[in-house]
Write a protein that binds this ligand. Structure first.
Ligand code: AMP
Ligand code: GLY
Length: 418
């Protein structure tokens, strides 16, 4: 099969690695890819959001199947554009993607299908939103309806702070059209975790859990990032808690999608929190997570290409996504200053002399080749992943590998998997 993988981060390098292990693969293209995918695939200089160019490329190169990493092309309707010209693509439709692209839509769906989630209201009007604050004790959570590059969620500790944020979102339109409406909801306390499911539109298959580390600093302090590391599976989540989550959240989600007539063909990522009252759904994402995928994929004990093939062909029933009984720890190396402004183009050393080891992976994210030299090309530069029978071993493996790698200003969190 000839495959096109869309995206250029660590998630896509991990997916590319797994796809190239499939005996079904004849040729892999990655658009735009990074220096890591370049070793496994042919990188194509088309951005993930250039939908028409991707369609043309897939047609001209007779691509059998396209796989999408990031949310932006899905939000732009890449499924619809590919399907119109009968190209096979494993991604949900633009309509299905509303589960991620509109938080108001997602919350209304959850409430319609009685999926446990924080009590909420949806508002376009500032005065009405403020009136709803009477019904919520602070802190409250305010979310811009649309995609806001991870910056659209504010936890307001006081009523005054909540009113100020509502004003910025609804009146000043901080995120433009994306903050024309807001979701205002009760704050939940508990432990967050992520759960991944593959769906072919009729059947679904459990792909595992992961915990990501969003804050820059140790002990979950500091600014929010795209993710500083991940662990899979979630160490504290028991089988009983997992089955309760599937029963109360995953099942009603797919029942709801069927009732709405939405044929969901792709990956669905559930952002969850375990509270005193059990699992609650914070959000849906219509794709794999980054960096969760880097920790998830090494645990897959099945042919990932076959999974995607079955997704697009509606043949997931009976397929078991077997997982290795091992734990994976992923630690991300970042550029100095990230998630604020940072410099790129720093030569990366220590990758050439890493000895190949079983169950140790180095996935590139923001990397590029400059005159043949490997250099940083983003905020999150690369990650190391250790896979082992125990969390402690996996952690030690990932950190040992990371310590051999360096570039000017390289940073990372020291407490991933602690
Ligand atoms: P979301 O994009 O909806 O997942 O929100 C981003 C992050 O904000 C989540 O991962 C949580 O850390 C936090 N968050 C969102 N909603 C709530 C809530 N109702 N209570 C507590 N924290 C929340
Ligand atoms: N790790 C969070 C995300 O991919 O959205």
């Amino acid at each position: 099969m000839k495959l096109l993988l869309i995206g250029g981060g660590g998630r896509e390098h991990a997916l590319a690695w797994a796809l190239t292990r499939s005996p079904r693969l004849k040729k892999l293209f990655c658009a735009p890819g990074n220096a890591g995918t370049a070793r496994l695939a042919e990188n194509v200089a088309i951005q993930a959001t250039q939908i028409e160019r991707l369609v043309e490329f897939a047609q001209a190169n007779e691509i059998d199947l396209t796989i999408v990493g990031p949310e932006q092309p899905i939000a732009l309707g890449i499924y619809d554009a590919f399907s119109r010209v009968s190209l096979k693509i494993a991604a949900p439709s633009k309509r299905a993607a509303l589960l991620e692209t509109s938080k108001a839509n997602a919350k209304e769906f959850m409430s319609k299908y009685e999926i446990p989630t924080a009590r909420f209201g949806v508002f376009a009007d500032y005065e009405r939103a403020c009136a709803f604050l009477d019904q919520l004790a602070p802190p409250v959570v305010i979310k811009a309806d649309g995609l806001a590059a991870g910056k659209g969620v504010v936890i307001a500790p006081t009523r005054a702070a909540a009113e100020q944020t509502l004003r910025q979102f609804l009146v000043e339109r901080r995120f433009g059209e994306a903050s024309r409406r807001v979701v205002l909801e009760e704050y939940l306390s508990g432990r967050e975790f992520s759960l991944f499911i593959a769906s072919d539109g009729q059947s679904w298959c459990y792909l595992g859990t992961a915990q990501d580390y969003k804050r820059r600093g140790e002990g979950d302090r500091g600014l929010n990032t795209g993710g500083m590391g991940a662990v899979s599976p979630v160490p504290w989540l028991s089988d009983q808690m997992l089955s309760q989550t599937q029963q109360q959240i995953v099942r009603p989600t797919f029942a709801g999608l069927a009732r709405e007539g939405i044929r969901y063909q792709g990956i669905l990522y559930f952002g969850l929190i375990w509270t005193a009252g059990g699992p609650q759904l914070l959000e849906y994402n219509v794709r794999f997570g980054d960096p969760e995928t880097q920790a998830l994929v090494p645990r897959f004990d099945f042919d990932l290409l076959e999974l995607f093939q079955r997704i697009v062909e509606g043949r997931l029933a009976g397929f078991t996504c077997r997982l290795k009984p091992k734990t994976a720890v992923c630690v991300v190396a970042i550029s100095q200053g990230y998630p604020g402004s940072y410099e790129m183009g720093k030569p990366i050393s220590g990758l050439e002399n890493q000895v190949e080891q079983p169950d140790l992976f180095i996935f590139h994210a923001g990397t590029a080749r400059n005159d043949g030299r490997l250099v940083s090309a983003g905020g999150r530069v690369l990650s190391t992943v250790g896979l082992a029978a125990s969390l402690a071993e996996a952690r030690a493996k990932a950190y040992r590998a990371l310590q051999k790698i360096s570039f000017a200003g390289m940073g990372h969190r020291r407490d991933i998997g602690n």
